[in-house]
Every structure is written in C-alpha cells, then in structure tokens.
Design a binder for this molecule. Structure first.
Ligand code: GRF
Length: 212
C-alpha cells in the first residue's frame, strides 16, 4: 500500500476531503508550516500524526526547505500532497521529491498561476473557471496535469461565491487524483507526461452561459 503525507498551511478542507475518502493508502502524517493551521487539529482528532516546521524559524527558504524535506523523508512517503500549502518550494526541494509532489491549484492551469485566481478570472470576464491537480515542477504552479475540473462563472459571482463553488469540485478531483496515484492508475513517464491506465473520456462540452 502506498504511503502519503499531506502538507497544509491553513483551513485544510482539501486535506479533510482526503482523510474522509477512505483512500487505498496510508496517511502517514499531516505537516504544516504554521502551528496555528486549523487543519492540524482536524487531523489530530482523527488520530493522524502531525508535525510543524515553522517557516519563520528559518533564516531563508533553503534552510526551511531542508528541514521540511528531512521531516518528510522520515516518513518515506510515496507521494507528498500539497493541500493549501502556501510556501513556494525551492528548485532543490522539488528536484529531491520530483514525481512525488502533487499540488492542487484553483485555476485552469496554465491560466492564473499564483494568487487571487478567482478575482483575476472575474476581472478578465472569463466564463469558465476551474481547478487543476498536477505534479509539481520547479516553476510555480506548473507541471504535468493529472485532472482538471471546470465550472461556469455565473453573472453575479464574486470571488467568494466562485471560490466556494469551486472548492466543492477541488475536493472531488483531489480525492480522485490521489486514488489514481495510489492505485498506480496514473503515473509520470520518463518524458514527463502523465500516463493513464484507463480510457474514460468525455465527449460533451461545457457552455457558459448555456446555449438557448
Ligand atoms: C484551495 O483553494 C487550494 O486549491 C489552494 O488553496 C486552497 C486551500 O484550501 N491551493 P484548503 O486549506 O484545502 O481548505
């Protein structure tokens, strides 16, 4: 059985969805860079080991990343699941764990990397927004894509309503992606492409606004 660790910085709703999903893996630990991350208490209440590596305790990113890597390595995980982990990881860290680091980002990558994705989508007037689960590469919010979910942007949406609607889909796709990884139905090949061990495809389009 595969072993995963989950990295969080705050609320931890994606982590909670993963904990609730009865995944075919061992969840070895939840690690946070902030001692006050709400998700830590949720994990502890479910009997999951937790650890804190406070980024503020380190003089620079490289030292923090080295301490974080050491903490992760102690668990020997097959995958490191970033779930609202709000630190940019150094190239050395990404290299050390390449192929094992998975992230969820609240946009249809490669659009809207970085912060404030919902507001930026609204400002641009896009009609379809979404989220992406991907292998992490050294470039921020880039890397081979595993799954995306798209949702319609509604006329009266605010960044808040849009993010709330998208979060429900984030939980679904993250659970699905981690399940695939644990069952080796999704793998990263030598050309940095994602291979799928199944062929489920959908043929219909999402129209937004809807067609008359
Ligand atoms: C999610 O929107 C995720 O896509 C982004 O940060 C947010 C974390 O939310 N990376 P939560 O902590 O999982 O509730």
């Amino acid at each position: 059985m595969k072993k995963i660790v989950i990295l969080i910085s705050g609320r931890g709703s994606n982590m909670q969805a993963l904990l609730a999903a009865n995944l075919p893996c061992t969840i070895a630990a939840v690690i946070s860079n902030r001692a006050d991350a709400q998700g830590l208490q949720i994990a502890q209440a479910q009997g999951i080991a937790t650890a804190v590596v406070e980024h503020k305790a380190f003089a620079n990113r490289e030292l923090f990343d080295a301490a974080l890597a050491q903490t992760i390595d102690a668990y020997q995980p097959d995958f490191i699941i970033l779930a609202g982990f709000m630190r940019i990881l150094s190239a050395g860290f990404v290299q050390h764990f390449y192929g094992k680091l998975i992230n969820i980002h609240p946009s249809l990558l490669p659009a809207y990397t970085g912060m404030h994705t919902h507001q930026r989508a609204l400002d641009d007037g896009v009609k379809i927004h979404g989220c992406t689960v991907h292998f992490v590469s050294a470039d921020l919010d880039h890397g081979p894509i595993i799954i995306q979910a798209a949702i319609a942007v509604l006329q009266d949406d605010t960044a808040e309503t849009l993010s709330q609607r998208l979060l429900a889909e984030e939980h679904r796709v993250y659970v699905q992606a981690v399940r695939w990884l644990c069952l080796e139905q999704v793998t990263l090949n030598a050309l940095d492409k994602v291979d799928f061990g199944f062929t489920k495809q959908i043929g219909h389009a999402l129209f937004s606004p809807g067609l008359e």
